[in-house]
Ligand binder design. Structure first.
Ligand code: PLP
Length: 359
């Protein structure tokens, strides 16, 4: 497919943010976006890069009623020499297709997704921030657009990509967060949509996140939706526990989103000779090992923050400090390594980074 390009007139281009360090996440968008339409029987058509702006959507568009909407999140990183790289973008394209399948939405050729993302970044390359830690956030999205009231999969879809510069997540240093274990609300259940990156999972997470925020916590720790005993995820990130000298993370059992950062953490830890185990971990075990001192670190993993150390957990109205409450050794080592690979300061032994060519 040809991707056509309609550029915004130079006089209408937006000023780029002056202060890269104080960008609020998700508020500033670049001058262009990519769109491509799907119609049953015709497939994907009319891939185009156009000026960023509102979409025209019928009020009966099925995404607005029945929630067929999925997305991805990845970043473009500018290195000291000016080159721009993506981090494991093929994984995001494949995961979007797995989410699509689960939501009865059409797959889209991963090669087309990647070409669209790269072409869009080239058009808006001056928007990619320069400081280490800051990056261009990329949000591929697919929605059901057929105007139809009545429950069944839509016959028409829009895939689009928008991007925007974001600051380093830890502008004020790499600080541990406080998390709240929710026993009342669940994000998803096995057999539900948990393993798909679908809008509905975010909708179902909002209420508990607000409750946690009001109580003074940064994130919710989600338990399994069946027994509410085993740890699933934290906020919109995967979770890791260092127990003794083993790294433990819950297995991908259907209710957990298969994070690309999660996979990178596991591969790196393995490479360093750390024993990595995917197994269920109950809250009883978390509390017991926290109290015995065997639990040395808890951290979350995801594209936005890379690694997010957990300093304190609140369970059944009691607060527990994780080890001494400061950033753990493995969390810091993983954070430095992954960020280092993304910005070209560490050797990319796994071939995770992908250069966006100059032309
Ligand atoms: C996106 C997401 C993650 C993290 O995935 P990455 O690919 O590492 O960014 C984890 N959990 C949930 C629920 C998510 O939506």
């Amino acid at each position: 497919m040809e991707i056509s390009v309609h550029l915004l007139e130079p006089s209408k281009r937006h000023a780029k943010p002056q202060d890269e360090k104080n960008l609020v996440f998700g508020r500033v968008f670049t001058d262009h976006m990519f769109l491509v339409d799907f119609k049953e029987g015709q497939g994907w058509q009319d891939g185009r890069i156009v000026p960023y702006g509102p979409l025209e959507l019928d009020p009966a568009a099925m995404v607005l009623h029945y929630g067929q909407g999925i997305f991805e999140g990845l970043k473009a990183y500018r290195r000291a020499n000016g080159e721009i790289y993506l981090f494991r973008p093929e994984q995001n394209c494949e995961r979007l297709n797995r989410s699509a399948l689960r939501m009865c939405m059409p797959e889209i050729d991963p090669a087309l997704q990647l070409r669209a993302i790269e072409k869009l970044i080239k058009v808006d390359r001056d928007w990619v921030p320069h400081s280490v830690g800051s990056s261009l956030y990329i949000r591929p999205t697919m929605i059901a657009t057929e105007p139809h009231i009545g429950v069944r999969p839509s016959a028409e879809y829009l895939y689009y990509v928008i991007t925007g510069p974001v600051a380093a997540y830890y502008a004020e240093g790499f600080n541990p967060v406080k998390i709240y274990v929710d026993e009342e609300y669940v994000r998803t259940v096995r057999g539900g949509l948990g393993e798909a990156k679908t809008m509905a999972n975010y909708a179902s997470s909002l209420y508990a996140a607000e409750v946690a925020k009001k109580k003074g916590f940064t994130q919710v720790l989600w338990l399994d939706g069946v027994e509410r005993r085993y740890v699933d995820e934290v906020g919109t990130s995967n979770i890791f526990f260092r127990i003794g000298d083993e790294l433990v993370t819950p297995p991908l059992n259907g209710s957990i989103l298969p994070g690309i950062t999660r996979d990178s953490v596991m591969q790196l830890a393995n490479h360093w000779g750390i024993k990595v185990t995917e197994r269920r971990i109950s809250m009883d075990e978390v509390i017991e090992t926290t109290q015995s001192g065997e639990l040395k670190e808890i951290f979350a993993s995801g594209t936005a923050a890379v690694i997010s150390p957990v300093g304190e957990i609140c369970y059944r109205d009691k607060s527990y400090r994780v080890a001494d409450g400061t950033v753990g050794e493995w969390a810091l080592k993983l954070y430095d390594e992954i960020l280092g690979i993304q910005y070209g300061q560490r050797e990319d032994i796994f071939g995770w980074t992908r250069l966006i060519s100059e032309e």
